[in-house]
Design a protein around this ligand. Structure first.
Ligand code: NAD
Ligand code: GLY
Length: 372
């Protein structure tokens, strides 16, 4: 596969996304132009280190770049204040200067906490994203949202801090567990559902290949399409004053489930997003906004990819109530003057931003959803 470069044009903070194969082995040469001195700190997690660490090390060594690795525990629970404090302390102990580059090497968890640590370290240092999950390659590594979770909700403490460069090596996905591949796939479907019905149609025919080991070509295509879609939206609305909110399709519902399950691996982020998108379509249909055939089509598609579309697809959670879910949804960052902004849809490829949702209707919908 030929390397491809997309750009995220942002005034003063533009950067490129390089998508290709076996990029890790060339990492030293590829990232050298971004370095003030030939030295980086790589933040990763134990699984990524084991599966892909040697490849990145050899790539950095080949380019004569000195490196220290900081290895975090895998899993969503790592995106915490406590881990952030520890990580920033380790970066300071390694004498990372403002003009140095910190590399986030892993999935969205590593990317989000490393990006946030970089945003606040000495009031902001440079960072590069080397995403190694499908989810991170199609979504979290691009766009500069960084955060940690708190008991009140997902990603509630964070900053916008754009990376200097994103290097997505498709071959890293070969060691990704199947469940993680499926979770990342949910974020790919999201782009089709937001505004690209042709891409959704393509996914209808090609999703088995994306989820299978043999589907290298299809995966690369889906990563490129997704990054291009995200780059376009981020370039127009970096700080989510408007249309970037569309990228949250399924997320207000999904984040509430993640928080309710204590950010455990009972429900992965991508799985929560899949369920959230199914619920957003269901709710849109209930409100008379979206044809029921479109909602049925979305749910059939997600189910075919082995993703959850109903609460009963998740592990039972006895104390889950509509009140609790609603209060978690109301912690959403898009709340304005007590009004919830919810991303709904008037059809496949027609996501809409709504801010006049009746909380009573929503609670009733959640009650019905939990009881199903
Ligand atoms: P993750 O980072 O937890 O990675 C999933 C699992 O795969 C982990 O166990 C990890 O160790 C392992 N792994 C990663 N790469 C591997 C590889 N190549 N081979 C083998 N194992 C590998 O999860 P994720 O799904 O990548 O990210 C989820 C996070 O991303 C959530 O916290 C979510 O909130 C965040 N997110 C952020 C944005 C954003 O814009 N910043 C967007 C979407 C999601
Ligand atoms: N993942 C949502 C966003 O980046 O805006």
């Amino acid at each position: 596969m030929k390397n491809e470069t997309l750009s995220v044009p942002l005034s003063g903070r533009s950067y490129d996304i390089c998508i290709g194969d076996n990029l890790l082995e060339q990492a030293g040469q590829i990232i050298a132009p971004f370095l003030n001195r030939p030295k980086v700190v790589v933040v990763t997690d134990e699984n990524v280190l084991k599966a892909q660490g040697a490849r990145l090390r050899s790539g950095l060594e080949a380019g004569g770049i000195k490196h220290n690795f900081i290895t975090l525990q895998p899993g969503e629970a790592t995106k915490s204040f406590q881990q952030l404090e520890q990580l920033t302390g380790q970066l300071l102990d390694l004498d990372v200067e403002r003009t140095d580059v910190v590399i986030a090497f892993g999935g969205g968890v590593v990317g989000d906490i490393t990006g946030f640590a970089s945003a606040i370290l000495r009031r902001g240092c440079n960072f590069i994203q080397i995403p190694t999950t499908l989810l991170a390659q199609v979504d979290s590594a691009v766009g500069g949202k960084t955060a940690v979770n708190v008991p009140q909700g997902k990603n509630l403490i964070g900053a916008f801090h754009q990376p200097a460069f994103v290097m997505a090596d498709i071959s890293t996905l070969e060691t990704l567990p199947a469940r993680e591949l499926r979770a990342g796939y949910a974020e790919i479907v999201k782009y089709g559902l937001i505004s690209d019905p042709e891409f959704f149609d393509w996914l209808d025919s090609n999703h088995p290949m994306i989820l299978e080991k043999a589907g290298h070509k299809e995966r690369a295509y889906a990563v490129k399409k997704s990054c291009a879609a995200k780059a376009k939206i981020v370039a127009q609305d970096e700080r989510e004053k408007g249309e970037r909110a569309l990228l949250n399709l399924g997320h207000t519902f999904g984040h509430a489930f993640e928080a309710a399950y204590g950010y455990s691996d009972s429900v992965l982020h991508g799985e929560a997003v899949a369920l959230g998108m199914a619920l957003a379509f269901d709710f849109s249909t209930q409100l008379g906004l979206c044809p029921s055939e479109d909602t049925a089509h979305v749910k059939t598609h997600l189910r075919a990819a082995n993703l959850p579309t109903t609460v009963s697809d998740l592990k039972p959670l006895p104390d889950l109530t509509s009140k609790k879910l609603l209060s978690l949804m109301m912690q959403d960052k898009k709340m304005q003057a007590g009004e919830m902004t919810l991303i709904l849809a008037s059809g496949i490829g027609k996501a809409i931003i709504t801010n006049n949702v009746s909380l009573k209707d929503l609670e009733q919908f959640l009650e019905h959803t939990i009881a199903k």
